[in-house]
Ligand binder design. Structure first.
Ligand SMILES: Nc1ncnc2c1ncn2[C@@H]1O[C@H](COP(=O)(O)OP(=O)(O)OP(=O)(O)O)[C@@H](O)[C@H]1O
Ligand SMILES: [Mg+2]
Length: 240
């Protein structure tokens, strides 16, 4: 059995006849924050969908704490402890913030614990608590993103997968969202996060993996990859 909490081996996935993720290998250890960076359209979201059972992998293996999950229905994978914060948040705009949060507690035991989970999320994100009774459509981009993160915390997880948390956010909101992610990291949450570039991940990334054309082309510590000229040129974004 692998020591990794999440172990992905030669995973392929796509849409119909189109292969998007190609024989991808990746390991994430317990307590680690792994960041995947890669250009627009190269398969970051598709990878997270395949890992969470939202699309069916066409080949390869995914082990979560040694248990094979590739090809299982998304609900089963969720019960085993993978939680996805989707790109674009996936909130229900006409529902209140609190009802959106409660959607995260719909599986099994977590429904019974929903009041305690809500209290924890409100404790972590007081700004979300202040909006509890508002419809989600009235929130700012940053508040929406924090609500989506909060919804993911409404049940126990082994790994939190976060799809482009910086997308479309103004600088102040970005700081709030990455501050929240840093708090989750310091609480030893295992995180797999995808972004288009390095710009925002310096404070949280233990390892960085470059995803190009559906495969991981470089992996290393944040330090290593941020010193690699080719990678920096392509992915350092606005830091320079
Ligand atoms: N539902 C779908 N049906 C068919 N093709 C799709 C579908 N979703 C994505 N694709 C295609 O798969 C490829 C990879 O898309 P994906 O969304 O995984 O990229 P990404 O790396 O997440 O990009 P971005 O940075 O824009 O979020 C793209 O060519 C895209 O057009
Ligand atoms: Mg994407």
């Amino acid at each position: 059995m692998s020591e990794a909490l999440l172990s992905v081996r030669r995973l392929s996935a796509g849409y119909g006849a189109t292969t998007v993720v190609r024989e991808l290998d990746l390991e994430v250890r317990a307590g680690e924050s792994a960041v995947i960076i890669g250009p627009n359209g190269h398969g970051k979201t598709t990878l997270l969908r395949a890992l969470n059972g939202l699309i069916r992998p066409t080949a390869g293996e995914v082990l979560l704490e040694g248990e094979a999950i590739a090809g299982r229905p998304s609900e089963q994978i969720a019960r085993l402890g993978a939680v996805l914060v989707p790109q674009g948040d996936g909130l229900f705009p006409e529902m209140t913030v609190e009802d959106n949060l409660l959607m995260g507690a719909f599986l099994g035991q977590s429904w019974r614990d929903r009041r305690r989970s809500l209290a924890r999320v409100y404790d972590l994100f007081p700004g979300v608590k202040a909006r509890a009774d508002q419809q989600a459509r009235t929130l700012s981009g940053g508040e929406r993103r924090l609500t989506a993160l909060g919804r993911a915390l409404m049940r126990p997880s082994k790994i939190l997968m976060i799809d482009e948390p910086s997308l479309g956010l103004a600088p102040v909101a970005l700081d709030a969202v990455y501050g929240a992610i840093a708090e989750l990291k310091s609480a030893k949450t295992t995180i797999l996060l995808v972004e288009e570039n390095f710009t925002h991940v310096g404070g949280i990334a233990d390892s960085v993996h470059v995803l190009e054309m559906g495969s991981i082309t470089r992996s290393g510590s944040y330090q290593e990859l941020s010193e690699d000229e080719g990678v920096v040129e392509a992915y350092l974004g606005s830091i320079t």
